[in-house]
Design a protein around this ligand. Sequence first.
Ligand SMILES: [Fe+2]
Length: 396
Amino acid sequence: MPYKRFIVPREIIHGWGALKALKYVETKKAFVVTDSTMGKLGYLDKIKAILNEKGTQSQHFDQVEADPSMDTVKKCLTQVMEFSPDLIIGLGGGSPIDAGKAVWALYENPDLAEVDWDELLRALPRCKLRQKARYVAIPTTSGTGSEVSFGAVITNYQADPPVKKLLVSFQLTPDVAIVDAELASTMPPSITADTGFDALVHAVEGYTVGQTTDMVDSIAVTAIKTIMEWLPKAVADGSNVIAREKMHLAATMAMVACSNSGGGLNHDAAHQLGSFFHLTHGRANAVVLCHFLSWLYDYNPERLALLARELGMEVKDTRDGTQKLIAAMSDLRKRVGLPGSIKEMGIDEVIFMSKLDQLVEYTIASGISPQRPSLDEVKELYLKVWEGAEPKLSPG
Ligand SMILES: [Fe+2]
């Protein structure tokens, strides 16, 4: 039987106000990779003050955009190379943390900055990191989980339409994740809902799609239960400290489960929907979820029914369990105010249909899913996601 690995950061520091633990991270020169919002919220100053107090020199780059490009990564890299930090800090949502990981990889392996996408994706898993710097990730949204994952999503804008590329290497796992819910407490309800659904999909995919283990299962189930209970409360009242703490740690746990098991077609679709139609990652995940579960029923019915049982549902058989799971996810999506179809998101039908074949092709090429669906299956999935009616499984 093949052995399995379980990979997490060396330290996950969590709880309200955990940011102050940054003072215990060893560093003489720290470089912060972030976006412009973190300055406006005062978080960048807070971090610089902690570093300054312990005598650490610091510099920052605050121009990471949503869905960061390789151009942005390289722009930041120039500054990092000049400064030569021994610590890189990724601060923000998934975009700055992922961009920071890519900058870190290229800083450690400058030759990779010169190669094309295919060579970069091929070479990265064999490259060493931590020869020059270590990486601290500080998430300010409760969803992406990039603070504990060994992946980074960077968009190739040279392709038309742009395509998201997943950089993967076990080495990319941050050394330290600081999971401080106070930093996520300013998220407005819509971002709380979007990012919360991203986390939910990580945990659901982690449990239902890939090579699970008892460790993955227990973490995934706890994350799903927590999100189902606390996401509506965090959306309804952003000042609810307990809801914020529950969601922030659940998002981290969801990615621990997903990165140690594997993602699925839900994320293949969400990445491409995001690139094609500029949907937020969480929203794109949310709109696909019920149809993804209905599709997955043909591949993995036992796991779906088992998850329904774990969530406390009374399950007669696999079909009944999957249908109840779909109903619960659909209900949660409605409760947090997320749309149930692509057509509700203001996308023109003619444009959507004209791009559908290419969308299907890119989705399959995205390659996260261990199940290998046909073109027709993915096209059918997208037509259902466009329409949005809650899927009903046919009688077995
Ligand atoms: Fe995600």
